[in-house]
Design a protein around this ligand. Structure first.
Ligand SMILES: Cc1ncc(COP(=O)(O)O)c(C=O)c1O
Length: 401
């Protein structure tokens, strides 16, 4: 099969036959349905058009400059990332230049998840555990659990924000605090002052504890009280920030993330970094993406508009959402996430997984395009509203909110 540049960009390259995909779709659907797996794409019945609003991705993907950069790297696919042009040092330098820091302040990750994983490996031990929110992004506690290191999961407050006072208490003697701002899955943020106070208090009561501030959704925030913690990390020992190209930059499939902080804080992460963890495609794509600040502003604006539309539609269904500062919503569906998810999937809408301790009531919905969210909210309406019968009886009354 020849892979034309034009076909690639217009999405018209079809590597498998329709019959193969249909057969695979049926097989995957049946296997997952038989095992009662929820949340996966394959819960959508074969033949039903699927809208994937389950993984907090940018539904538009990267812009043209980034796609061109990726396509331009095919001739160098045979090279290692240190031996290609641009190479991984060029990406590190481009990120360093963005923040006006030195390359030793940056560690690249194969997605920011590589950094999160290595942070748990570097900074927690069987006696110095991890502190995180509940719910929050599961990567760090997942790794700590595998290592057998202790985990303190602090339930979010009544506004679904990370509950800072108990996190400060739990941080005493801990190895690592995972501070996700905005917090996935609740989408809430803490303002710059609250973050700075948190860091100062943890530093005072537990100076050896490392604080990881995950800003994966930084580019989507519209709350004026929020500011990136990058400057704070650069002036404070044992504090660092992670960022990713997977969200607003639309490059989740490229797997590029990074950590930024003081050089001495970066050293343990640098040691654990996998060699050549970002591919030649990821390097070229990320460098091109860094030149597209306007593209990110446009994506934030687009997301803000669609987010407001979706919040209003859910509100009209009696479904309250936590104050969202990301490209996703944490909504009170008033029923188990699994039931909501499966009912939506039957109509082609794929929403997020369970998020304990709120899995009996709350669902996470990523923000797709306006057209996708118009279709999705129509499905939410049918799933959340009771159906009137010809006799006037209402079905599903007990689950209506
Ligand atoms: C808070 C948070 N951090 C990190 C990640 C992982 O991003 P990456 O694709 O860079 O590994 C995610 C992905 O959903 C996330 O929600």
């Amino acid at each position: 099969m020849s892979l034309s540049r034009r076909g690639f960009l217009t999405g018209r390259v079809v590597p498998f036959s329709g019959a193969f995909i249909a057969a695979r779709g049926m097989e995957a659907y049946q296997a997952d349905a038989a095992q009662g797996r929820g949340g996966g794409r394959s819960m959508v019945p074969p033949g039903v058009t699927e809208i994937r609003i389950s993984s907090n991705e940018n539904p538009l993907g990267p812009g043209k400059a980034v796609l061109d950069a990726i396509l331009g790297k095919f001739p160098e696919a045979g090279r290692y990332p240190f031996n290609s042009t641009p190479n991984e040092s060029a990406l590190t330098s481009a990120i360093a230049a963005k923040f006006k820091v030195k390359p030793e302040n940056i560690v690249l990750g194969g997605g920011s998840q590589e950094i999160l994983k290595n942070a748990v490996r570097a900074f927690t031990t069987p006696t110095r555990g991890l502190v995180t929110g509940a719910p929050s992004f599961e990567n760090c506690p997942g790794i700590a659990k595998k290592l057998g290191h202790p985990i303190a999961e602090i339930k979010v407050d009544s506004a679904f924000r990370l509950d800072l006072e108990p996190m400060i208490s739990a941080a005493k003697g801990a190895g690592l605090v995972f501070f996700n701002n905005p917090n996935n899955p609740t989408a809430t943020v803490h303002g710059a002052k609250a973050v700075a106070d948190f860091v100062a208090r943890v530093r005072q009561s537990s100076p050896d504890t490392v604080i990881l501030i995950d800003e994966a959704y930084h580019d989507y925030v519209t709350d004026p009280s929020y500011q990136s913690a990058v400057p704070l990390a650069l002036e404070t020992p044992n504090v660092f920030v992670t960022r990713t190209f997977s969200k607003a930059y639309g490059m989740a499939g490229m797997r590029v993330g990074y950590a930024i902080g003081r050089a001495e804080t970066m050293k343990p992460l640098e040691k654990l970094k996998m060699p050549y963890n970002v591919s030649v495609f990821g390097i070229a794509a990320a460098i091109a993406a860094l030149g597209g600040a306007k593209h990110i502003d446009a994506e934030r604006e687009r997301n803000t508009k669609v987010r407001a539309y979706t919040i209003k539609a859910l509100d009209e269904l009696g479904c309250k959402t936590a104050e969202s500062q990301g490209n996703f919503l944490f909504a009170d569906a008033g029923k188990p996430a699994k039931d909501f998810r499966e009912a939506c999937a039957k109509q082609g809408i794929v929403v997020g997984r369970d998020f304990p301790p709120f899995e009996k009531t709350h669902v996470r919905i990523s923000i797709g395009t306006m057209e996708e969210m118009q279709k999705a909210t129509a499905v939410f309406r049918s799933v959340l509203r009771p159906i009137s019968t010809s006799t006037g009886a209402r079905l599903g009354e007990e689950s209506w909110r």
